[in-house]
Design a binder for this molecule. Structure first.
Ligand SMILES: *Cc1c(COP(=O)(O)O)cnc(C)c1O
Length: 472
């Protein structure tokens, strides 16, 4: 087995290879430091073994999330100075609206403070008690808003998505047979829309193919069902289509994005991800009725329909971020960095979700701690161990995140028990990736001596954010 010091390299060092590099250089730096092992132990105990409850000052490399953690460009910062902070009709809103129309292709735009604000609006506008909302695997906030509006989420993702070792190139695809069976069972009038996500986060950042969304559109049309897209990471999805799907290797990311969106009736967006900003979101729809409702509700919950909870300067940063996000060299280096980390871990035979997705490496905690029962929170344990080893902060995506069934009140036992190493966009270097990989390896090497956790405090909603744990 190779040690961190003599391991083979997959990229850049073979004879004749040409490496790629990030399409930017660094103009400003933010110092980070690692605190001592004793301080890390103390900080983790105070945080109840929940990485969400750590102070970021106690974190060395922060891989908790790629949400709102991207580095903005000099253009975006310059755009912040052009904020038109008018209560109504800010010029930055009209700029944002025109950019969304150009790159995503939808007619009407409603700004929101972040993604869940848009999820709230679309769920309230379309879902009624007793409805069913099929989707390609759940996302935490998406499903909760669908449930709060009275809907029942139904997972219709392909079976391959639940198998972390399956190498299917489009594990985010909807299983059309599962969807059609649901439509026949409950009736199309009970399904307000299909909830489709680009690069499915909970499945490991797995993409949806163009062929799948095209067929899905056909099925929805046959039954008169709407199709809405969670576009949060749709740019990364476009990259996988360009790389893996026949007929798209010479199409630009921007063209692929626009074609994909054209099969859907609208989208909600957490601009904190793909759109390269620290805060922001939007809902964009083609349907006049849905637009009317959402535009009316946004004034109740978010702010006037030309700012929706964002400052003018924030909307300007989103508008510029969208244009930067669809540049081919940006997406290539973004996904390339994630893969670099994945390649190192795979070389050391550390179990990760394959194929590597667009925004994160997902450690497969079930295989990592093969003898630990799921009730002992293996993925939460792994996140805690990684922080103790090196101050690297990651996130649980397993039994704690899955929560309880709202009907039975019992724990859900998801097939996937994962610890997510999420890579912020344009923030860390290749050397940081090396340090992260070496720490995962150190935790893996002592996996036999690691004890699991028990949950000692459980909040009612989205428990993973604030739950507290203790060592068994
Ligand atoms: C982050 C995220 C959301 C919610 O967006 P927020 O900006 O965090 O409110 C919705 N869907 C997906 C896929 C996400 O990753």
């Amino acid at each position: 087995m190779s040690s961190p010091h003599n391991r083979p390299r997959t990229m850049g060092q073979q004879f004749g290879r040409r490496s790629w590099a990030e399409p930017w250089k660094i103009k400003m730096v933010e110092p980070i430091r690692m605190i001592s092992a004793e301080e890390r132990q103390k900080a983790l105990e105070e945080a109840g073994y929940n990485t969400f409850l750590l102070h970021s000052d106690d974190v060395y490399i922060d891989l908790l999330t790629d949400s709102g953690t991207s580095a903005m460009s000099d253009r975006q910062w310059a755009g912040m100075m052009l904020g038109d902070e008018a209560y109504a009709g800010s010029r930055n809103f009209y700029h944002l609206e025109s950019v969304i129309r150009e790159y995503y292709g939808y007619r009407h735009v409603v700004p929101t403070h972040q993604g869940r604000g848009a999820e709230h609006l679309i769920s309230r506008a379309l879902i009624r008690p007793g409805h069913y909302v099929p989707g390609n695997m759940y996302f935490t906030t998406t499903r909760l808003h669908q449930e709060l509006a009275g809907g029942t989420f139904v997972d219709v993702i392909v079976d391959e998505a639940h198998d972390p070792a399956n190498l299917h190139p489009f594990k985010g695809n909807v299983d059309l047979a599962k969807l059609e069976a649901l439509v026949k069972r409950v009736g199309p009038e009970q399904i307000p829309y299909v909830s489709l996500a680009g690069t499915v986060n909970m499945a490991g950042g797995q993409p949806v193919s163009m062929a799948n969304v095209r067929e899905l559109r056909g099925l929805c049309d046959r039954y008169g069902i709407r199709l809405y897209l969670d576009a949060t990471r749709m740019v990364e999805n476009a990259f996988f289509i360009q790389e893996r799907e026949e007929g798209y290797d010479t199409a630009s990311i921007a063209a692929i994005l626009k074609e994909f969106c054209s099969y859907t009736d609208g989208a909600w967006m957490s601009a904190k991800k793909d759109n390269l900003v620290n805060i922001g979101g939007w809902l964009a729809v083609n349907d006049e009725d849905v637009f009317e409702q959402a535009r009316n509700m946004v004034v109740v919950y978010e702010g006037l329909h030309t700012y929706g909870g964002m400052a003018g300067r924030d909307m300007e940063a989103v508008a510029i971020g969208i244009v930067e996000s669809v540049q081919d060299d940006h997406v290539r280096s973004r996904v390339g960095q994630v893969r670099y980390l994945g390649d190192l871990l795979s070389e050391w035979e550390i179990p990760i979700v394959a194929p590597v997705g667009g925004h994160a490496i997902f450690l497969d905690a079930k295989r990592f701690y093969a003898d630990m029962p799921q009730d002992h929170f293996p993925a939460q344990t792994l996140a805690a161990e990684l922080y103790l080893d090196s101050g690297v902060r990651s996130m649980e995506r397993g039994i704690a995140s899955a929560g309880r069934d709202p009907e039975t009140g019992r724990n859900r036992y998801p097939a996937l028990e994962l610890t997510r190493l999420t890579i912020p966009r344009r923030v860390y270097t290749q050397a940081h990736m090396d340090v992260i990989a070496e720490s995962v390896k150190a935790v893996y090497d002592k996996r036999g001596q690691t004890r699991g956790l028990e949950m000692v405090y459980e909040p009612e909603y989205l428990r993973f954010f604030q739950a507290r744990f203790a060592r068994l």
